[in-house]
Design a protein. Structure first.
Length: 157
């Protein structure tokens, strides 16, 4: 099934996955990000895990509730990788998501490395220019505003 040296009925070194299937493309895109040899890949593999507070419909920042955007970061030294998931399976969700203030100075931005609603072509060759501005608040909090489709996911760095 996975294309290893073993394989019954002369199937050694063959895999049985449809590499053009949307699910395969999404898993492959996420795996490519995790397996990178740069700071982003290292942060994903070895970074400290932080659940992020969000503000949904201008509510106070808190740990997200059911059906809202949930976000977490992997932070390693000066690199933060943010993962955001829409836990609502029926409706789009938008929220402000807290990010690390020290990693993202004033006038900085984060780049989308993955979005679950990208086309198959974008999943094969991710866009390099889709960014979101980091906002700094008077209370010292830094945030990004994320909008995701139902059950959508995004990875930013």
């Amino acid at each position: 099934m996975f294309g290893g040296a073993f394989g019954a009925f002369q199937t050694a070194d063959c895999h049985f996955f449809n590499i053009d299937h949307p699910t395969y493309l999404r898993i492959a895109a996420i795996a490519r990000i995790r397996n990178r040899h740069d700071k982003i890949g290292k942060a994903l593999r070895r970074g400290h895990h932080y659940l992020r507070e969000t503000s949904f419909h201008n509510s106070p920042f808190s740990i997200p509730g059911q059906g809202e955007l949930v976000a977490w970061s992997q932070v390693l030294f000066d690199t933060e990788v943010l993962m955001v998931l829409n836990t609502n399976g029926l409706e789009n969700r938008r929220a402000e998501v807290t990010v690390d203030t020290y990693t993202h100075p004033q006038d900085s931005s984060m780049t989308f490395l993955y979005k679950s609603d990208w086309s198959n072509a974008d999943l094969r060759n991710p866009r390099q220019n889709q960014t979101v501005a980091v906002q700094h608040h008077d209370d010292g909090r830094a945030t990004v505003e994320i909008d995701l489709p139902p059950s959508g996911m995004a990875i930013l760095a």
